[in-house]
Write a protein that binds this ligand. Structure first.
Ligand code: HEM
Length: 478
């Protein structure tokens, strides 16, 4: 990878960055169906930096790896995540999101974000997350016990419940039957609802109407707030030896000032982790099972590994190094369908890189979905081939894909389902462990046959999900 040239003598003017022509009917259809795929088409047609006119300002789709690395990591201080400040429409984007998440890690910016991140990062140490391994396997096993042979159902709903269960148990030590889980279901439905309406220009009108969904959102949010504040109070009064994430967050101390997180800060971070932690994981498990359901030969290999490593028992964290193929399946599904399919930044100042000039306040879009389909680094990019991620497999001239994702010399950011740099997913270890353990647990007994049309239409408001979910029929394997 070459060094990025961020201060060229004479940067090319913004106007020289390609802009797609007026939208054709088929472009509109693609935007309605599948925005990530539409953006991939723009990159293929117009190159690594494309200017996409959007409302008040322009957005730039950046797929030049050197520039991506500079924006996300090296020059990250010249960008922030608050792209909503320059978003389209009469109101700021994302105000519902901020109402929900407050100044938690996802929505906060600048020095405040840097401080919170520094304080909270140790809470996500691999050793602590490994302590949740048993919870991951137990919750997946409970879900597994609920499936019935030959039954058709919406698999995405089941994965939503599964991921919600994982995060409520690890964060608050409460179950899916708890009031907290119920408040979340009511306030933040899987599709639609005020939280997501905020992101669409028409949705803003809906937000002002006296609709039941608006009332439900407000009531749900109030309930969740009351519950979280109640839990904080309970833990403050308790012996302080809990090992759920909220209890650990309570012990966080700023080494410089000796300060702890305030109730408000704890509330914001807890709700942020709750939200960031279940929508992403439920999407990735759904996509993984869609891919397994349509690739029997890969499913067979997965089953062979799980049967050999686990036999009749549930997985533990100690099994993970031997569940290599399972890990590769999950990693490859995250490549093809990264739930956080676009990372959005706002340029705090004029920015020039590799001859491109991007004016202050522009929105930059770095899309893992698009980058994961770059033919230079991902041969046969649309092919589901978990063996790409098998690092120590013997080279096989007949299969050049084997291990190539782990080969030396590739740009680090060719694969970034969890982002990178100072805003990298704080839950990345949690998520990978949770995903692999869920996959191993569910696939011990079940395979799922997708039915109905392929999930060509996606929702991509916050995360990438098959629109309407995924209908499957469950088949008991053993
Ligand atoms: C498959 C599952 C997941 C995926 C694909 C994913 C992906 C991402 C990505 C790409 C970012 C960076 C966004 C950006 O740079 O703009 C991010 C941020 C974040 N994620 Fe995740 N995530 C997952 C699961 C989780 C889980 C389980 C948690 C918590 C338990 C979590 C908590 C967070 C938080 C708090 C941030 C904000 C970090 C910051 O800005 O400092 N995520 N996630």
């Amino acid at each position: 990878m070459t060094d990025v040239q961020t201060t060229p003598d004479s940067p090319a003017p913004t106007e020289s960055i390609p802009v797609p022509g007026p939208m054709r009917l088929r472009d509109m259809r693609e935007v309605i169906r599948n925005v990530p795929r539409y953006l991939t088409g723009l990159r293929d047609e117009h190159g690594p930096v494309v200017r996409v006119p959007m409302g008040k300002t322009d957005a730039f789709l950046i797929s030049d790896f050197d520039v991506v690395q500079d924006v996300i990591i090296a020059s990250s201080k010249r960008f922030d995540k608050d792209a909503q400040k320059v978003g389209p429409g009469p109101d700021d984007w994302g105000s519902s999101l901020e109402r929900v998440l407050g100044k938690g890690l996802v929505t906060s910016v600048g020095t405040y974000h840097r401080r919170q991140r520094r304080l909270i990062q140790p809470v996500f140490h691999r050793r602590r997350i490994a302590g949740y391994g048993e919870a991951f396997a137990t919750i997946a096993d409970e879900a597994s016990a609920g499936f019935q042979d030959g039954t058709r159902f919406n698999f995405h709903e089941a994965m939503y419940e599964l991921a919600l269960g994982m995060v409520t148990r690890t964060l608050f030590d409460v179950s899916l039957e708890s009031e907290a889980a119920d408040g979340i279901r009511r306030a933040f439905p899987r599709e639609g609802g005020p939280l997501r309406w905020e992101l669409s220009p028409f949705g803003k009108i809906l937000l002002r109407l006296p609709l039941p969904a608006n009332r439900q959102f407000k009531r749900g949010l109030k309930t969740v707030d009351e519950i979280v504040y109640g839990m904080i109070e309970e833990r403050r009064k308790g012996p302080g030896d809990g090992d759920d994430l909220l209890s650990v967050l309570l012990t966080v101390t700023d080494a410089d000032t000796g300060e702890h997180l305030t109730d408000q800060e704890l509330r914001d971070e807890a709700i942020t982790l709750l939200m960031a932690g279940h929508e992403t994981s439920s999407g990735s498990l759904t996509w993984t099972y869609y891919l397994l359901g349509t690739h029997p030969e890969i499913r067979e290999k997965l089953h062979a590994e799980i049967d050999e490593v686990l036999g009749d028992r549930l997985p533990t964290v100690e099994d993970l190094p031997r569940l290599k193929y399972t890990d590769a399946v999950y990693s490859e599904a995250l490549r093809l369908f990264p739930p956080a399919w676009v990372l959005v930044r706002r340029a705090l100042e004029d920015y020039a890189a590799n001859g491109y000039h991007i004016p202050r306040n522009s929105v930059l879009m770095v899309s893992p979905y698009v980058l994961h389909r770059d033919r230079t680094w991902w041969p046969e990019p649309e092919r589901f081939a978990p063996e790409r991620f098998l690092a120590d497999a013997e080279p096989d001239p007949a299969n050049p894909l084997l291990g190539h994702a782990r080969a030396a010399g590739r740009p680090k950011l060719a694969y970034l389902p969890f982002g990178a740099g100072p805003r990298q997913c704080i839950g990345n270890v949690f998520a990978q462990m949770e995903g692999v353990m869920a996959l191993a647990t569910l696939s011990r007994h079940w395979e799922f046959e997708p039915v109905g049309p392929a999930p060509d239409r996606v929702t991509s408001d916050f995360t990438l999900q098959p629109r309407g979910g995924l209908e499957v029929v469950a088949h008991r394997r053993r």
